[in-house]
Design a protein around this ligand. Structure first.
Ligand code: SF4
Ligand code: SF4
Length: 424
C-alpha cells in the first residue's frame, strides 16, 4: 500500500472532529476530554487525524513541500491509535492510524525525517537496538544471573523477550529480571533467544521505516521457528503489539502473551500466591500497544466497493480493530488480587486511554512534546488521588517517571511487575 492508494479514504473523511475527543458519552470533564496528543500540544488542525488526511492530499498534489515544520508535523503522531478508535465509532470505512503510518513511510522515502530518527536507525542497523549508545554485545547482560535457557542450545518452548528498553536501560532492568523470577518461581520453564535476541523493530514501523521493520521481523520469525518457540512472553507492550499483530500479519504462528496475561493465568491456576500486603491506592495506565492496539490480527482479503454510487463498503466485512478486545482486564485483575492494593480509575481508560507520549519514537525524537504528553497523564492520574501510577510497559514507565503535571507535581510510577514482586 502506498500513500497515493489511500486517497479515496482521505476524501471520505467527513470533518466531524471525532478524532479529537473521546466519545461524548465517556467525557467526565472538559480537562480530560481530548484524545490526540499531537493536536493537544501543537494546537493546529494539521496535527489531528483529519488534518493529516488533508496534509497528505496537499503533499501529493504538490501544494505543500516536506519542509522542517511539515516533517515535524508528520512524525509528531505517536501512533497511539486513539483517533483510529474514535473515528471508527461512526466511520467503519476509515483507518486514520494506517494512514498516519503510510504518511510517515512516504516522508521517510523522501528523506523527510527528524535528526534523532537517523541516529536511532543507524543504531538499529549496526547494533540491532532502538536505543542509541547501546551495543549488541551487551544486549543479554541483564539476564546473566537468571538461569534462563538459551533455546538454541537447550530444549524449551517458552521464550521470554525483554525488548530493547528492558535489556539496556539500567533503571528498568530489575523489573524484567523480577518478571523472569516470578515466572520461574511459579514453575514456568523459561528460555530466551540468547545471541539471536534482537530488536523486535516495531518502533521502526511506528516511525515509518517499513523496510527495516520487515527485515528485522522476518529475521526474528525465523529465529523463533529455528529455536522451536511455541509461546513468546514479553513485559514490553511495544514488543507485544509487534509479535501479536505485525508478525502475525507476516505469517508467524506462535502464541504471544504479555507478562500480565501470563501472571493472571498463573494466579488463577494457584501457581502464584500473594503473601504480603501492599497497602496503597493506585491508578492504572493502559499502554496503547497492549490496550487498543493489542487486539489479535485477523487476516482479510476483499474489496473496497461503492454502493448507491457514494458509500464505500468492504466485501467481505473487514476486521474493525476498534480497540475493545485489547488487554485491559488482566492487569486490573492482578491489581485487585494483590492484598492491600486499592485500584481507582482515571477518566480516559481502556480503548480511550491517553498516550504516554513515548510512542512513534517521540520520547527520543521530540522530547519536549513527549514530556508534555506524559505530564497530561500525570495530571489525570493525580486527579484520582492515587499514590502511584501503574503501567505495563517500560517506555510508558520511563516517560512518566520524570514527567510533571501543569503544577509541577510528579508521581510515583511503577510497573505492575514491581507490585507483584513486592506482594509475593
Ligand atoms: S478522520 Fe474520522 S473522526 Fe476525524 S474528522 Fe475524519 S471522519 Fe471524523
Ligand atoms: S495516532 Fe494518536 S497522536 Fe497520531 S493523530 Fe491519532 S490520536 Fe493523534
Amino acid at each position: 500500500m502506498a500513500l497515493q492508494d489511500l486517497r479515496p479514504m482521505m476524501e471520505r473523511c467527513s470533518s466531524c472532529s471525532g478524532c479529537k475527543f473521546i466519545p461524548f458519552e465517556k467525557i467526565q470533564s472538559v480537562r480530560f476530554a481530548e484524545n490526540c496528543p499531537s493536536i493537544g500540544y501543537y494546537n493546529f488542525h494539521t496535527y489531528a487525524a483529519r488534518g493529516r488526511f488533508q496534509l497528505s492530499q496537499s503533499v501529493l498534489d504538490g501544494r505543500t513541500e516536506l519542509t522542517e515544520t511539515v516533517t515535524e508535523a508528520i512524525h509528531s503522531c505517536t501512533s497511539c491509535g486513539l483517533c483510529d478508535v474514535t473515528c471508527k465509532i461512526t466511520r467503519y470505512n476509515l483507518e486514520p492510524l494506517a494512514h498516519n503510518l503510510e504518511q510517515k513511510a512516504y516522508a521517510v522515502e523522501k528523506g523527510a525525517v527528524l535528526p534523532a530518527q537517523k541516529t536511532i536507525m543507524e543504531t538499529l542497523a549496526k547494533e540491532n537496538s532502538m536505543i542509541p549508545g547501546t551495543k549488541k554485545k551487551n544486549r543479554t547482560d541483564w539476564a546473566k544471573d537468571l538461569n534462563l535457557k538459551d533455546l538454541f542450545k537447550e530444549k524449551g518452548e517458552i521464550a521470554f523477550f525483554a525488548g530493547c528498553k528492558y535489556s539496556y536501560d539500567e533503571k528498568l532492568q530489575k523489573t524484567a529480571q523480577d518478571a523472569v523470577r516470578i515466572l520461574q518461581h511459579a514453575g514456568v520453564d523459561l528460555g530466551y533467544l540468547g545471541a539471536a535476541d534482537n530488536c523486535c523493530t516495531g518502533r521502526a514501523k511506528q516511525m515509518g521505516y517499513f523496510k527495516e521493520f520487515d527485515k528485522g521481523a522476518n529475521t526474528n520469525i525465523k529465529a523463533f521457528e529455528k529455536a522451536g518457540v511455541k509461546t513468546i512472553v514479553t513485559p514490553c507492550s511495544d514488543c507485544y503489539n509487534s509479535f501479536k499483530r505485525q508478525y502475525a500479519e507476516l505469517g508467524m504462528e506462535v502464541e504471544v502473551l504479555h507478562v500480565v496475561e501470563y501472571i493472571e493465568r498463573l494466579i488463577l491456576e494457584g501457581k502464584i500466591k500473594f503473601s504480603k500486603s501492599v497497602p496503597m491506592t493506585v491508578t492504572y495506565h493502559d499502554p496503547c500497544h497492549l490496550g487498543r492496539q493489542g487486539e489479535k490480527f485477523e487476516a482479510w482479503e476483499g474489496i473496497d466497493k461503492k454502493i448507491f454510487n457514494q458509500i464505500h463498503i468492504y466485501e467481505p466485512r473487514k476486521p474493525r480493530y476498534n480497540g475493545i478486545d485489547g488487554v485491559y482486564d488482566a492487569p486490573r485483575n492482578i491489581l485487585k488480587a494483590i492484598p492491600g492494593v486499592n485500584l481507582v480509575e482515571m477518566e480516559r481508560i481502556r480503548e480511550y486511554s491517553w498516550c504516554c507520549g513515548a510512542g512513534g519514537g517521540c520520547s527520543q525524537t521530540l522530547p519536549e512534546y513527549s514530556a508534555w504528553t506524559a505530564g497530561e497523564r500525570i495530571a489525570e492520574a493525580n486527579s484520582t488521588g492515587a499514590d502511584a501510577l501503574v503501567t505495563a510497559c517500560p517506555w510508558c514507565k520511563d516517560n512518566f517517571t520524570d514527567a510533571e503535571d501543569e503544577d509541577g507535581n510528579k508521581m510515583e510510577v511503577l510497573d505492575i511487575i514491581d507490585l507483584v514482586h513486592k506482594a509475593i
